[in-house]
Design a protein around this ligand. Structure first.
Ligand code: ZN
Length: 263
């Protein structure tokens, strides 16, 4: 095929090199792409760009693993594609979707399925449960702990960072002294902020996933508080069982009762 400059035509390898030079200027900080593009596409981009300009094309290359859907490759023709908007419409919370995506290292393949979302929600429930337990404690103004930051600094090792977050939730759960609780809550929130999770009020987190039923649960919890205040323990136990049947655990604390999804 002919082109104004002679035989041949620009292919997509040269398109990338040309656009990077024109729009961003090399070297760029990060060049991403799927693992399937390492060869030949990215090797070709490097060869032509570095020969033309005499400098590196990118400082860092990051190649992501594939996302599969119920162990099948996602494809428009099979129709097994789901968008974040559809997941939100199904009632999943944004942080649950984010957590699911962070649960595998970016280089590793990730299989998307309802179990993954359930597990992600359960992991976040545990973290939000720790915050709920410490809701009357003012968080200490601290930075994210080293274990969490080092995991992310190690080629964005999000599974290791998730393990560090989980350990912070455990520390928050077992902290007894007010200063330890404030420190643990501060560390948990600071680390979570780098992940973009635990951004909701914990009570709101648990309410949101119950949708319209949240108001009914509030009413049952209020009835139970009244029954306890009246020392009607048979009624308060009955209400606790009814709430349990709806997947709700009531947490009684010094400043009143809150509720969360049962783990
Ligand atoms: Zn490219």
């Amino acid at each position: 095929m002919g082109a104004p400059f002679g035989a041949g035509r620009p292919g997509w390898h040269i398109e990338c090199s040309a656009m990077i030079e024109e729009v961003l200027g090399s070297p760029i900080d990060i060049h991403g792409g799927g693992v399937d593009l390492i060869f030949p596409h990215h090797e070709n981009e490097i060869a032509q760009s570095e020969c033309a300009h005499g400098r590196p094309l990118a400082r860092v290359w990051m190649h992501n693993g594939f996302l599969t859907m119920d162990r099948e490759k996602m494809s428009k023709s099979i129709g097994n594609i789901i968008t974040p908007r559809e997941l939100l419409e199904q009632g999943w919370q944004g942080e649950t979707i984010r957590w699911a995506l962070l649960s595998a290292h970016y280089k590793a393949p990730l299989d998307w399925n309802d179990d993954l979302l359930q597990q992600s929600q359960a992991s976040l429930d545990r973290l939000y449960g720790a915050l709920l337990r410490l809701k009357d404690v003012a968080a200490a103004d601290v930075s994210a702990p080293a274990a969490f930051v080092e995991a992310l600094a190690d080629d964005l090792n999000t599974p290791a960072a998730i393990a560090a977050l989980s350990a912070l939730a455990t520390a928050a759960n077992v902290a007894k002294k007010p200063a330890e609780q404030a420190q643990a809550k501060g560390e948990l929130l600071a680390a979570a902020a780098l992940f973009g999770v635990l951004q909701a009020d914990p009570e709101h987190w648990f309410r949101a996933s119950f949708g319209a039923a949240a108001a009914e649960i509030d009413a049952l919890v209020a009835e139970r508080i009244a029954a306890r205040a009246a020392k009607n323990y048979a009624e308060s136990d009955r209400l606790r069982d009814e709430l349990a049947a709806r997947g709700v655990e009531v947490m009684d604390g010094p400043s009143g009762s809150t509720w969360r999804r049962k783990g």
